[in-house]
Ligand binder design. Structure first.
Ligand SMILES: Cc1cc2nc3c(=O)[nH]c(=O)nc-3n(C[C@H](O)[C@H](O)[C@H](O)COP(=O)(O)OP(=O)(O)OC[C@H]3O[C@@H](n4cnc5c(N)ncnc54)[C@H](O)[C@@H]3O)c2cc1C
Length: 312
């Protein structure tokens, strides 16, 4: 995790028209283009192919159709249709049944009731077919509403659904207690967004300390807990805590993003842990891609080299 100044720099970079044009033009152009390191492809077939490769290594997965912040009901309806088609395609392919999505992709910024209806439609199709749907957490203006929508659906009896909490936010420890009490599955992350000091820790050490406190509460009191990080220190701490508390390895899972720390992903499987890879795909890959660059400056050189290679 970077400090907030670096995060701010990369978020500004993400808005850069030139970078966007170059990255969009070259990033996914061929199977070897640089964005494919982090994104499985633009189509569901490509995502399914990546998922099969992941399964062949003994890993599980959740597929994410990239897209966020849609600005019209038509776009939200289109995204919902895409998700429904994806559910069908995954079921037909016979691969593991996990899906991640964002509420702003389903129209939350346009009309809350429509976004909830869209999510319900997806759940009604996916749950009976054995899917688990994870609602990703977006930046802090969406925390309250995301948890509120989640609880509404939970109250209506949906159980194959889970949330995400970010250790960067001051509020998250309380939210974790609330979700644990409810019996809901939480994916714990550090948080991918640049947040103001009024709501979030600004120092990496503080975000990590909160993560360590939360991982203990999650493993001890949580339901189907997911520890989502590439940070070896966080992973070691989770493993140690589980051993000390005699929490069996089957009772929780680690999660990592596609293309990041593949060495550690395989190592965890070899050590007998459950490991799920988040596989993003789709045409709207740019904001996701820029967040991954923002997390690690070395990735920027990787992209600059990629653009230079593609334009030569
Ligand atoms: C499965 C999964 C789902 C997620 N869902 C959400 C969500 O819903 N909402 C949300 O806000 N965030 C989400 N995130 C992102 C998360 O919040 C962090 O931004 C991201 O995981 C980086 O933090 P880290 O815990 O890996 O630790 P860091 O301290 O950032 O990194 C630790 C080490 O991991 C490696 N690493 C980390 N990131 C990269 C990278 N981009 N490229 C190469 N190496 C890297 C490096 O070796 C680094 O030193 C998710 C992450 C995962 C793994």
């Amino acid at each position: 995790m970077l400090d907030s100044a670096s995060k701010a720099f990369f978020h500004t970079l993400a808005q850069s028209g030139l970078l966007k044009t170059l990255a969009s033009r070259y990033g996914m152009r061929s199977p070897r283009s640089f964005a494919r390191r982090f994104i499985a492809g633009e189509t569901v077939d490509e995502a399914i192919e990546a998922a099969r490769a992941v399964e062949a290594q003994g890993l599980m997965h959740t597929l994410d159709l990239l897209g966020e912040s849609v600005t019209s009901l038509e776009q939200a309806a289109w995204a919902t249709q895409q998700y429904l088609a994806m559910v069908e395609a995954i079921a037909k392919a016979g691969i593991g049944r996990g899906v991640s999505l964002k509420l702003t992709q389903l129209g939350l910024d346009v009309d809350k009731a429509t976004a909830v209806d869209n999510l319900r439609r997806i759940l009604e199709r996916a749950e009976p077919a054995g899917f688990f749907i994870r609602v990703d957490m977006e930046n802090s203006p969406y925390t309250d509403i995301t948890l509120e929508i989640f609880e509404t659906l939970w109250d209506q009896g949906h159980r194959e659904i889970g949330v995400v909490l970010q250790s960067a936010l001051y509020r998250s420890e309380k939210d974790l207690a609330r979700m644990n009490a409810l019996g809901a599955s939480v994916r714990l992350v550090k948080g991918a967004y640049k947040e103001p000091a009024s709501v979030a820790y600004q120092r990496k050490a503080d975000v990590d300390a909160a993560f360590l406190r939360m991982v203990k509460a999650l493993l001890t009191d949580g339901h189907r807990p997911a520890v989502a990080t590439h940070d070896a220190a966080m992973i070691d701490a989770a493993r140690r805590w589980a051993q000390e508390q005699q929490i069996a390895a089957e009772r929780f899972e680690f999660q990592m993003l596609y293309g990041i720390r593949r060495d550690l992903q395989s190592q965890l499987v070899r050590d007998g842990y459950r490991m799920r890879v988040y596989i993003p795909f789709g045409r709207e890959w740019f904001p996701y891609f820029m967040r991954r660059l923002g997390e690690r400056p070395a990735n920027v050189w990787f992209v600059v080299r990629g653009i230079a290679g593609e334009t030569r």
